[in-house]
Every structure is written in C-alpha cells, then in structure tokens.
Write a protein that binds this ligand. Sequence first.
Ligand code: HEC
Ligand code: HEC
Length: 166
Amino acid sequence: MRWIPSLCLMLLITGAWTPLGADDDGRTIWGDDLRSTLKAMKKVQRSLGVKSCLHCHVKQDGKVKYEIETEHKEIARSMYYAFVDTLANTGKARLEVGHDSTSVLISAVRKLKGEDAGIHLRVVLPAKNKGKEPTTLSRRIDLPGKDQPIECGTCHGGKLHFLTQE
Ligand code: HEC
Ligand code: HEC
C-alpha cells in the first residue's frame, strides 16, 4: 500500500504551498515579513474601500487577532490566488464566492492586444426566484500600465462591489 504515504506526502506538499496566514518567517501572501504585510494590507483596504481592517479581521479582548481565520479573509485569499496570481500567470481565472446558500461566479480573461485589450470581467448572479434566469454582468477594465502588476486596485479601484452595486 505504498500510495497511502505518498498521498499523505502530496497533501503535505500542497498544504505547504498555500499556507494559511504567516509562515515561520512571518511571510504572508501580501508580504515577505510583518512590515511589508502591514504596508500591503493598508493598500488592500484602500483598494477595496472597506472601512477598516475589521472588515476581514476580528478583535478578541480588545485586541485585533490578525491570525484568526474569517470568512472575508478566506474570500480575499481566494481573490488573491485567482486574480492576482492565476490571471497574471495564465491570462484567465474564475472563482466562485459563496453567499449564504447561493454562490456568485466571477471570471476574468485578459486580452493583451487589439481594440478590446483589457481584462474582461463577468459576474454571474444566481436567479432571485425559481424559474428566473441568472443575471450576468460584464465589464472591461484597462490593463495595468506597462510592467505594472495586476493588483486588487486594478479591478476594484476603491470599491468592494464595483460591479453589482453601482
Ligand atoms: C479584504 C480583507 C482584508 C483586509 C481589509 C485586511 N486584511 Fe489583513 N489579512 C487578510 C488575509 C487574507 C490574510 C492572510 C494572509 C495569508 O494567508 O498569507 C491577512 C493577514 C494579515 C496579517 C498576518 C496575520 C498572520 O497570519 O500572522 C496581518 C498582521 C494583517 N493581515 C494586518 C491587517 C491590517 C493592519 C489591516 C488594515 C490596514 C488588514 N490586515 C486588512 C485579509 C485582509
Ligand atoms: C481581475 C479583477 C479583480 C481583481 C484583480 C480582484 N478582484 Fe476582487 N472582485 C472582482 C469582481 C468582479 C468582484 C465582484 C464585484 C461585485 O460584487 O460587484 C470581486 C469581489 C471581491 C470581494 C467581495 C466578494 C463577495 O461577494 O463577498 C472581495 C472581498 C474581493 N473581491 C477581494 C479582492 C482582493 C483582496 C483582491 C486583491 C488580492 C481582489 N479582490 C482583486 C474582481 C477582481
């Protein structure tokens, strides 16, 4: 039964690739150490236009416990992997964001050349009532400037629900 240990090893490796929160060196998806993480977090907060760090983090005994997992932290992390990482590396990405018992499907395709160059976004909202069609919203976003990375602000530009709540 050699596959059992190798399966465990595989799970360990995939787990190690996407650590939740800071690793032993204080590295997060946002920065290589605490300082750069804090700097990046301020930028994320501004890019999304959310009121405070507590949109994603929680307080316990009067102190913010940044390492505690929350639903919004998880969504932000998936956004990061889908759109900052996968979209930048492969030119397309899709992500399902759960809301109560329904889910919103967000996808993006990057087009580098031509008249319609840009990031083409599509959001599919579930039907409000049974028998109704789901709603699809789309939008083209300008590509970031030359040699500039795709960041939260590239699409969000200071607003969390920039497509569904205009
Ligand atoms: C949109 C959601 C979001 C907002 C807003 C946000 N954070 Fe975070 N924060 C995250 C996520 C996701 C992680 C986990 C990163 C990882 O898994 O590598 C994180 C991790 C951190 C960590 C590291 C915690 C650890 O695991 O040790 C610190 C410190 C932190 N955030 C500070 C802040 C501060 C300060 C603000 C406000 C300026 C802020 N964050 C705003 C999503 C957010
Ligand atoms: C390629 C475009 C794109 C990029 C880059 C992007 N997002 Fe988003 N994000 C979207 C779209 C589209 C929505 C849905 C907007 C709406 O609801 O109007 C969204 C929604 C969200 C939501 C709300 C999800 C919900 O419905 O509860 C969060 C939180 C979020 N993004 C965080 C981030 C963070 C953090 C980053 C940077 C790491 C980021 N996004 C980068 C396209 C993007």
